[in-house]
Design a protein. Structure first.
Length: 172
């Protein structure tokens, strides 16, 4: 699998538009990987980037991908500094719900944000502009990875944007 990913990274690098930029300095490997994982990057996009410390020698990079009418998407990356100042980049993959209401792994974080005080990565995907339906997830940084801690799903768009049903962990 790694060989396929690195081959894809190399081939995709050959066709990237030079006009795409990042709002902060990021490792070259992250730039290349982000341009592959971001589904439809605009050729002259500026990828807004936030950087947060997670633990010693490890940072979270939250990088914007696309903006929509009422949603946005981002990708998150764990960047670990090696003993020789090299940097290792790993995309963050989190569970999300598909149309069949089963969880699948994704690197696309809809409405992604990070709270450094609670070490929680969060997603919020609106079903429509007023935000009265959709899904949201919370992922806690635990022992070197983001782990699903809560997931909410509100299927009915009813004009009320409070009290979304928590489906993970299940509450009676």
């Amino acid at each position: 699998m790694r060989g396929v990913l690195f081959t894809a990274l190399f081939l995709s690098t050959l066709s990237l538009q030079a006009a795409q930029t990042f709002s902060k300095e990021v490792p070259e490997t992250l730039k290349t990987l982000h341009k592959i994982l971001c589904e439809n990057p605009n050729e002259d996009a500026v990828f807004e980037t936030e950087i947060f410390p997670l633990q010693e020698n490890t940072e979270l990079y939250l990088v914007q991908c696309e903006l929509y009418a009422y949603n946005s998407s981002a990708n998150a990356y764990i960047v670990t500094k090696g003993f020789d100042d090299s940097k290792f980049v790993s995309p963050v993959s989190v569970p999300a719900l598909n149309a069949n209401k089963t969880f699948y792994a994704t690197t696309t974080l809809m409405g992604g944000n990070y709270d450094p005080e609670t070490k929680t990565l969060a997603t919020f995907s609106k079903g429509r502009g007023v935000g009265d339906c959709g899904q949201a997830g919370n992922y806690k940084w635990v022992e070197g990875e983001f782990v699903l801690s809560k997931y909410f799903l509100k299927e009915k768009c009813d004009g009320r944007s409070v009290d979304w049903p928590q489906i993970y962990p299940f509450k009676k």
